[in-house]
Design a protein around this ligand. Structure first.
Ligand code: BTN
Length: 247
């Protein structure tokens, strides 16, 4: 995949822009990077705020040629790419919380929003990635639950090195997905980097409902399997996972 990064000083949301570009026919690999977003979006309809230059705000257009049921694997492979870029370039030891929050300890350093849209050239997926570089990437009230590259390393980073590594990792993971063993490889990569993959006591909020249980791996298409207290397995497609402490 040829990656072509279009850089903006300010934009509403890099995801919204990339989705519009995809509908207008932009090729796979076209990406949008902004120094600031005025209408950044998070998962589950939340807003995503970051001061100018405090975060990598990046979205890339993919045009997967495989069936819809495998699309969740794109989210897993993106989290793996962020994990590896942060580890290699910044030396940060990260965790991945299902489905695609990248954490340091229990604090979030990166959020990923994958969205798909119909376009004249077929279905496109936009993967949007927000990596906190500085503490000003998130409001002070999130200091208990969020962190940044600078807070973790004590070093002022430009983000360019992380971005370049991220783009390389996204490209190679995407190429892996196109191979016959691609799905299994990406699932294994995700599982080996996530302490949430198995044996973690969690609560999962699914709309107005919530369940509690112990994580028990991911399904073929990347859904989270949770073993409930009555020993049945529930497979989660979307939801918000939080860690529960055992008493
Ligand atoms: C989450 O809720 O954890 C996902 C956050 C995703 C934020 C990124 S920042 C770049 C891209 N553009 C957006 O509007 N959202 C994503």
């Amino acid at each position: 995949m040829n990656i072509n990064i279009l850089r903006f000083d300010e934009i509403g949301s890099t995801n919204t822009e990339a989705l519009e570009m995809a509908r207008r026919g932009a090729a796979e690999g076209v990406a949008v990077l902004a120094r600031r977003q005025s209408a950044g979006r998070g998962r589950l309809g939340r807003t995503w705020f970051a001061e100018t230059d405090s975060a990598i705000l990046f979205s890339i257009i993919l045009r997967p040629r495989f069936e819809l049921g495998r699309f969740p694997l794109l989210t897993l492979m993106s989290a793996v790419a962020v994990h590896d870029a942060l580890e290699t370039v910044a030396g940060i030891d990260c965790d991945i919380k299902w489905v695609n929050d990248v954490l340091v300890g229990e604090k979030k350093i990166c959020g990923i929003l994958a969205e798909s849209t119909e376009t004249p050239a077929g279905r496109a997926v936009v993967v949007g990635i927000g990596i906190n570089l500085r503490a000003s990437a998130f409001p002070p009230e999130l200091a208990e639950t969020a962190t940044s590259v600078e807070s973790e390393t004590g070093v002022i980073v430009s983000g360019e090195g992380i971005l370049q590594k991220l783009v390389g990792e996204l490209s190679s993971n995407y190429a892996i997905l196109a191979t016959p063993v691609g799905d299994a490889t990406i699932r294994e990569s995700w599982t080996s980097r996530s302490s949430y993959a198995a044996g973690k006591l969690v609560r999962v909020e699914i709309g107005d409902d919530a369940i509690e249980g112990t994580t028990a791996g991911i399904s073929d298409s990347g859904e989270l399997r949770v073993r409930l207290h009555d020993d049945t397995i529930k497979t989660i497609q979307t939801g918000d996972v939080t860690r529960l402490r055992s008493i």
